[in-house]
Design a protein around this ligand. Structure first.
Ligand code: SF4
Length: 97
């Protein structure tokens, strides 16, 4: 299976001619935010191209979702004023992630 097997829509990427895909909004300095993420960060959001999202999105895991701490998740959450996830967040179904 090729890296683009799920056909990321061309109109959601910064430059379709680049080998490595950057989604619109993700290279914005300061507080990058993917243009395909709809909703209110920290409340409820959803990816508008979830079934065709690119490989980096598929590989990016939330911290401790499988028991492993991921500092890049912490950094992304911090940029939007959200606390880092803890192991216990995944055991509490009432927690606001
Ligand atoms: S999973 Fe969706 S919303 Fe998140 S970065 Fe990828 S394309 Fe954007």
């Amino acid at each position: 299976m090729g890296s683009q097997a799920w056909k990321v829509p061309r109109d959601v990427v910064e430059d379709p001619l680049q080998k490595i895909v950057s989604l619109k909004g993700t290279t914005k300095p300061g507080r990058p935010s993917c243009a395909q993420l709809k909703g209110r960060i920290g409340k409820f959001v959803a990816c508008q191209i979830y079934t065709t999202r690119p490989t980096p999105c598929r590989n990016f895991k939330a911290s401790f979702e499988d028991g492993i701490h991921r500092p890049r998740c912490d950094e992304a959450r911090k940029a939007h004023g959200l606390k880092s996830l803890n192991r216990s967040d995944w055991n509490n179904t009432d927690a606001e992630l």
